[in-house]
Design a protein around this ligand. Structure first.
Ligand code: TRP
Ligand code: SF4
Length: 337
């Protein structure tokens, strides 16, 4: 029986945080056992909002690879590759850009939201608006059946499906698999200030943080504001640290914590000590894995290159079918000489 195919990507915009790990990466590691998985570094997508400051391309790529391997992605099970090394993504994006109505893009919620949140860069560019068109190309080049996504990415997936249908309508040839979103129950983790955990909000705990850095950030987590003194009773549901406890501490521990918080039997300092210990325990294997792979950047690159070669074969076959459907066969003229 052939396994269903899964595809997903991650931008190469620097360090990964606990939210990326719990929200996506851990899930990928599970999925690789049951699906034919393609996971890629979305470096062109990273460019759409960082076009002025590309930064350390190779360093960011290696760091992403280090995190992937440290978290347990296995190149024997999943195909790990680099988007910009497969030019087919750009070509299919171009064909899709011809048939995608602008209003479809303007109404994507993440477009407006990002536009409002990112202040120090001019994002009134075609590339930024066309982000989901490139994403559609990423997905369907591999004929993915499922794309593991968070709820916020569902509109992108719906757009992918609409582009596929429009392509099939216009060119009257079925070329692409219509992908489905695969929502999985991932624990919801806020940033230390209670907003969404995000690099741009400066509220994230990074996979590369040292034990001391983790402890310092945990100390800064916002707690129940009504609990001014240690003798004031607290309410876990009004405390951001509690949200972390729900993810990283056991149910037994949390029953005690809630009770001692509400009766002021425990202070926040002690409560957070337990929390940082538990976070570090969870991160332990990952921290060890990072230490291992960080020493072997060339191996990391070799793994990504081998995956890229495998992925390119699939992408090229799909693009060939798409161009046949378009009757855009200039390339064959050139081949004939
Ligand atoms: N938009 C995704 C993110 O920000 C990255 C991405 C690019 C992606 N192309 C994709 C995810 C295709 C899934 C499928 O994390
Ligand atoms: Fe939050 Fe713990 Fe303090 Fe209660 S004791 S307010 S749960 S940090």
């Amino acid at each position: 029986m052939t396994r269903k195919r899964i595809l997903s990507g991650m931008q190469t915009t620097g360090r990964l945080h606990l939210g990326n790990w719990l929200g996506a990466l851990k899930n990928w590691v599970t999925l690789q056992n049951d699906y034919d998985c393609y996971f890629f570094a979305a470096d062109w997508h990273a460019l759409s909002s960082n076009y002025e400051t590309v930064g350390d391309l190779k360093g960011n790529l290696v760091d992403l690879g280090v995190n992937w391997l440290a978290a347990g992605l296995d190149p024997e099970k999943a195909t790990l590759f680099v988007q910009s090394l497969i030019r087919e993504h750009a070509v299919l994006h171009l064909y899709f850009s011809m048939i995608t109505p602008l209003p479809w893009l303007e109404r994507v919620p993440s477009y407006k939201e990002k536009m409002e949140n990112i202040e120090n860069r001019d994002l009134h560019t075609y590339g930024f608006l066309g982000y989901p068109v490139l994403q559609a190309a990423d997905i369907v080049l591999y004929q993915a059946d499922f794309v593991p996504v968070g709820i916020d990415q569902l509109p992108h997936l719906e757009l992918t499906r609409e582009i596929v249908r429009r392509f099939h309508d216009i060119y009257r040839t079925p070329v692409f698999t219509e992908p489905q979103g695969k929502l999985s129950a991932v624990p919801k983790l806020p940033g230390i200030d209670g907003r969404k955990m995000s690099k741009s909000y400066n509220n994230a705990i990074y996979l590369s943080d040292t034990a001391d850095e983790v402890a310092t950030k945990v100390k800064d987590i916002v707690t129940d504001a009504k609990r001014v003194r240690k003798t004031d009773p607290g309410e876990p549901n009004d405390c951001v640290a509690w949200k972390f406890h729900e993810v990283f501490s056991t149910a037994d521990e949390n029953a005690v914590t809630a009770q001692e918080c509400r009766t002021a039997a425990r202070g926040c300092v002690a409560c957070k000590k337990q929390l940082s210990a538990n976070i570090l325990t969870s991160m332990g294997p990952l921290i060890e894995g990072r230490a291992y792979w960080e020493q072997r950047p060339n191996e990391v690159i070799d793994i990504l290159m081998a995956g890229t070669d495998r992925a390119r074969t699939v992408a090229a076959a799909t693009l060939e079918k798409a161009e046949a459907a378009l009757h855009f066969d200039v390339a064959s003229l050139v081949k004939r000489g």
